[in-house]
Design a protein around this ligand. Sequence first.
Ligand SMILES: *[C@@H]1O[C@H](CO)[C@@H](O)[C@H](O)[C@H]1NC(C)=O
Ligand SMILES: *[C@@H]1O[C@H](CO)[C@@H](O)[C@H](O)[C@H]1NC(C)=O
Ligand SMILES: *[C@@H]1O[C@H](CO)[C@@H](O)[C@H](O)[C@H]1NC(C)=O
Length: 281
Amino acid sequence: MASSQKGRAMEISISQGFLVFLFSWVFLLGYAEKGPMPQGTSEDVNELVLLEDVNATDAFIKAAEVVVVGFFQDSELPEASEFLTMVQSVQDVPFGFCTSSSVLSYYNVTVNTVSLFRVVDNKRQDLEIRNSKEIDATKLRRFVRINELRWVTEYNSLTAVGLFSSMVETHLLLFTDKSSPNHTERMDKYREAAQLFQGKILFILVDSRAKANDRVLSYFHLKKSQLPAVAVYHTPDEEQDVLPLGEVSVEALKDFCNRFLQRKHVKDNHKLEDKVFKQEL
Ligand SMILES: *[C@@H]1O[C@H](CO)[C@@H](O)[C@H](O)[C@H]1NC(C)=O
Ligand SMILES: *[C@@H]1O[C@H](CO)[C@@H](O)[C@H](O)[C@H]1NC(C)=O
Ligand SMILES: *[C@@H]1O[C@H](CO)[C@@H](O)[C@H](O)[C@H]1NC(C)=O
């Protein structure tokens, strides 16, 4: 009895030692990659938080636009170490690590799972790991990169996959040059407007400097001389509208989006009426 308890205590201390080792390793790598951090700018530092109870986990999830939590039954599983390896290669997402059985059960986790929580469409996206041989740090990183939709999501080949799998089917794209001196100001306004349309429209940034984005621009028949411009797009029927902007303003974005949603609403109602009418016939 006493010896089995001792064995268990040792097991725990070994696994915690393992975690501490990994945490410091993750921190060191993150640090080395970026060089010395000036005091007070913790924004870019890789965050990895050990989550031990439901309250802490809940607070952690609510504290950012996108967070990722690794829920593992045991910290020594190979998938847990792949998760920790992945964490050090992704700088801009807060990561939590949880092995508490009560927290796992609160979040309905029954198999080892990496969960991404995002605020923009209030979605929890789960990657359930049923076979540890099928998962590695590269696949986990891809999962995060695809699903990390934010108030404003920058368009690229990975986020495109996530955007099209969201339940929110109306997308607004802002075509703008990220190197413009007005970029920060534009983004502040764009983000402000995005929050007015939570759950209704996903706001996307398309950097007009990136060659790969030329075909998106030409899809909407836009020329670089017309930028900045916005395009709204409804994925199921590809209905769209375009508006070149002299400069980005919250009012202009609001009007444009509301008009499009209104028009869709009227159309959908007509379709519904037609359907009911046909059924009545
Ligand atoms: C969790 O939060 C609730 C309310 O916010 C509080 O009543 C409770 O004591 C907290 N539990 C722990 C373990 O901190
Ligand atoms: C767990 O599942 C139950 C039943 O489906 C659900 O009501 C609850 O909200 C879930 N918990 C979390 C944290 O998602
Ligand atoms: C930046 O914005 C100001 C005012 O909003 C405008 O006058 C100026 O032309 C803009 N600059 C660029 C490069 O678009």
